[in-house]
Design a protein around this ligand. Structure first.
Ligand code: M6R
Length: 365
């Protein structure tokens, strides 16, 4: 059932072109507009939403952090993203003018389910993004969007995450389409870019041998830092989580602009840095941050576009992704980080499919 792959995790990383293709095509019509069956929202429905809450755990929470950028840009409604186990135990200002979006691959994560129930109790309308048909979270939410990733067996989430990003991007385009806060041409541009994304993912997967080699430079590290700005910061968080759970190496993600506020003290030649630079409005700032950590002796693996001549001037090694719309870039830039985590775990002889102390679905607190 591993289809010739040594591990489910690697198989699932390689299933991403199909998973992304399936999740896109079902929600894009022949005119390139977004459709969700039976979600018959009107402009008035959206005008009755003052704020959006996204709540989830782990990797699904990281998908929510990216979605905040999507929704605020395309729908112009403020979004807060909260860890489900935090949300359910605070006194949130959720109301009947809140839309709550929960994200859960399994649809069974207890904290996420309870956070959804709490938001509903406070009057919120709700949407679940899940990979699991008929799951508890799917049954509890007012409306469910399914990611079509297929079964994800490895504990580390890979294809579920990239399909969550696709589903959340499509949802934000859909809301913007109805509310009139995004031009139809832009919707069509992004959906057509999503339709060609599977081929680009296949391109990025060709970096496999490169990532296997780079894992040699990470496998004996004690601490690894992941840096990014804007959407790349959210992706850096996902990259760091993947590395922690599979390699057992301490990794932390930092908003690169925060370096000077403390973290820079930890950077030495012993701390490899992974820097993601796909967002043009902060690119020059990222290059300065890379120079800052290089000046303290750190080796930097830069992840950026294949037509970006700047990155290799500053990073020790560069990993290239094809040029895409900057909102779509995270779906590509996370893939080298998944591979890096996988190979680092393998080189440390860990059980990458079943990392220690972790379960695939966390149905207890
Ligand atoms: O099934 P869920 O998406 O609700 O699971 C949430 C987290 O437990 C999960 O994403 C976890 O962080 C992964 N093991 C990360 O790879």
């Amino acid at each position: 059932e591993k289809n010739g792959y040594p591990h489910f995790m690697l198989k699932e990383i390689y299933e991403q072109p199909k998973a992304v293709c399936d999740t896109t095509t079902i929600h894009v019509d022949k005119d390139g507009m977004v459709c969700f069956d039976n979600l018959n929202w009107t402009k008035a429905d959206l005008e009755n939403i003052d704020n959006i809450l996204i709540t989830a755990c782990g990797t699904a929470y990281h998908a929510g952090l990216v979605a905040k950028h999507y929704i605020e840009r395309f729908v112009k409604i403020p979004v807060e993203v909260d860890i489900a186990s935090e949300y359910r135990y605070r006194q949130p200002l959720t109301s009947e003018r809140t839309l709550c979006i929960v994200v859960s691959q399994s649809g069974e994560t207890l904290d996420t389910l309870e956070a959804l129930k709490e938001a509903k109790r406070l009057g919120a309308r709700s949407i679940a993004v899940t990979n699991s048909i008929g799951s508890s979270i799917a049954r509890e939410a007012d409306y469910t969007i399914y990611t079509l990733a297929g079964p994800e067996i490895a504990v580390a989430s890979t294809k579920a995450y990239t399909t969550q990003l696709v589903a959340l991007l499509l949802l934000s385009l859909y809301m913007g389409q109805i509310k009139g806060t995004i031009r139809p041409e832009l919707i069509k541009d992004i959906t057509s870019a999503l339709l060609t994304l599977p081929d680009k993912i296949t391109e990025v997967l060709k970096e496999k041998d490169h990532m296997e080699k780079l894992a040699d430079s990470l496998k004996d590290a004690k601490d690894i830092f992941y840096l990014g700005r804007s959407i790349d910061y959210a992706i850096a968080m996902e990259g760091a989580l993947k590395l922690k759970e599979i390699s057992y190496i301490h990794a932390e993600a930092y908003a690169a602009g925060e370096l000077k506020h403390g973290t820079l003290a930890l950077i030495t030649k012993e701390t490899p840095v992974i820097a993601v630079a796909t967002q043009s409005h902060v690119a020059s700032k990222m290059y300065s941050n890379i120079q800052e950590v290089r000046a303290r002796g750190a080796e930097v693996i830069g992840i950026g576009y294949d037509d970006d001549p700047e990155l290799e001037k500053y990073a020790t090694d560069t990993v290239r992704i094809p040029r895409v719309d900057e909102f779509i870039a995270p779906i590509l830039s996370v893939i080298p980080m998944q591979l890096l985590a996988y190979f680092t775990g393998i080189k440390r002889e860990n059980d990458v499919d079943k990392p220690r102390n972790l379960a695939k679905s966390v149905t207890v607190e």
